[in-house]
Design a protein around this ligand. Structure first.
Ligand SMILES: Nc1ncnc2c1ncn2[C@@H]1O[C@H](COP(=O)(O)OP(=O)(O)O)[C@@H](O)[C@H]1O
Ligand SMILES: [Mg+2]
Length: 255
């Protein structure tokens, strides 16, 4: 049997008296596209960071593709898990190509292999080859996010963790990047967990929505399933918002 790509059992992480994660159980199948939603401070970033070992939980167990994360070697984890940060986090003094090749360099790939991989990744995220030599500051916000995605994919991970990857972008760029990323997820056979506070984005991109509140999972299921079954008022309000918005748009635009 194929193990789940991600398995969390009773994961708790405390900061003093506050439980950022409070007994989280979560299993994500290979190939799934999960949206992780919840208010500010609900534990979304903490959850992502426990999965790739950046944060160690106080108790509980985490496995990626069947392997215990607490026992994993950091390089091996970096190769296997792509991480796109909330604030992109490109190094300003490195070129785009050097930013993308950070993990391959850590893994000891030679210069020729790194250059070939950078060229391939720029194509993959639909950026022109000429941006390779530029500084990140010479790119638009959307292009920088594409570099962030390319960097995360550099060592061919099977799992992608993305923390509000498109949060700071204008709606048109955001929509295009979301759709392009979903296509990449399919093409590369990835497993993706994407944090977003935009419920419409979650419903449009993900097959499964996990709602966090106060470090606990409040709801977990396919968007239509949650809308039909959840009695929790917070979950209902979250899911009904994009539906109401779509209806209002249809009325106003007469489409
Ligand atoms: N390093 C830290 N020290 C103290 N409290 C923290 C730290 N990191 C996160 N927290 C707290 O844990 C809770 C969850 O944080 P976080 O996972 O960043 O939430 P989210 O990403 O959903 O906004 C918040 O209340 C936050 O203030
Ligand atoms: Mg966060």
């Amino acid at each position: 049997m194929v193990p789940p790509m991600i398995e969390l059992s009773s994961v708790t992480k405390r900061y003093g008296a506050l439980a950022a994660l409070d007994g989280v159980d979560l299993s994500v199948a290979p190939g799934a596209f999960v949206a992780l939603v919840g208010g500010s401070g609900s534990g979304k970033t903490t959850l992502l960071k426990t999965i790739n070992g950046l944060i160690r939980p106080d108790s509980g167990h985490i496995a990626v593709a069947g392997d215990d994360v607490s026992a994993a070697e950091p390089h091996a984890l970096r190769r296997r898990i792509g991480y796109v940060f909330q604030e992109v986090g490109l190094f300003p003094h490195l070129t785009v190509a050097e930013n993308i090749a950070i993990t391959p360099k850590l893994l000891g790939w030679d210069a020729a292999r790194r250059a070939a991989r950078v060229a391939e990744l720029l194509d993959l995220v639909a950026l022109p080859q000429e941006v390779a030599a530029r500084a990140p500051s010479a790119l638009s916000g959307g292009q920088r996010q594409r570099v962030g995605v390319a960097r995360a994919l550099a060592a061919e991970p099977r799992l992608m963790l993305m923390d509000e990857p498109f949060g700071a972008l204008d709606p048109i760029t955001r929509d295009a990047l979301g759709a392009d990323y979903r296509a990449l997820h399919e093409r590369l056979g990835l497993t993706t967990v994407m944090v977003t506070h935009d419920m419409a984005e979650a419903v449009l991109l993900a097959d499964r929505v996990v709602v966090l509140a106060g470090g606990r999972i409040l709801a977990d299921g396919a968007p239509a399933e949650l809308l039909a079954q959840s009695r929790d008022p917070t979950v209902r309000a979250l899911l009904e918002a994009p539906k109401r918005q779509a209806e209002r748009l249809r009325e106003r635009l007469g489409a």
